[in-house]
Design a protein around this ligand. Sequence first.
Ligand SMILES: [Zn+2]
Length: 188
Amino acid sequence: MNCVAPLVTPKQVVPTSRIETKPRSLRGMHVPFLVHVFCSQYGCNGKMGRRNVKDKRPMTNDNLPDFSRGEGLLPAIAQDADSGDVLMLAWMNREAFEETQRTGRAVYYSRSRGRLWRKGEESGHTQAVVGIYVDCDADTILLKVRQQGAACHEGYRSCFFRELDGEEVNVVAERLVDPNTVYRAHDK
Ligand SMILES: [Zn+2]
């Protein structure tokens, strides 16, 4: 079932500890009931972003992307938060990363245009960020997103719409939009 949760920016995510703290009016009710209330309110079908926290670490440089690697640009993967499909890979500099964190909307750095690229700024195909992850080496970023329309500038939901098949290449997705009608310049 598709989740229809409203945009939840990282700042708005309710920590699990708060969800499980019962307000006075709800004392005596079981925690699963409260989780159900939370989920039905936000439409998240029980898939709350941070429920599997095993450990808390400080937000130090060790745990944040290291933009000194890769000459200030790090690869950022966007993954569909609901289906798990990989949607695209793009690049982020520190400014793009911090704006993404701050606004809850995916912002990348366009290498071809040499400037910040607010995903969907021309196409309307925005990405609401529901989770930000940093890999073990702190040199790759993963965003879990709720994608509006097509992530790919070719008009497909995912950039990975081609599958190699022996001597051929299969197109394995429907084109959602004609890129010529959506992009004025190149929102890539
Ligand atoms: Zn693409």
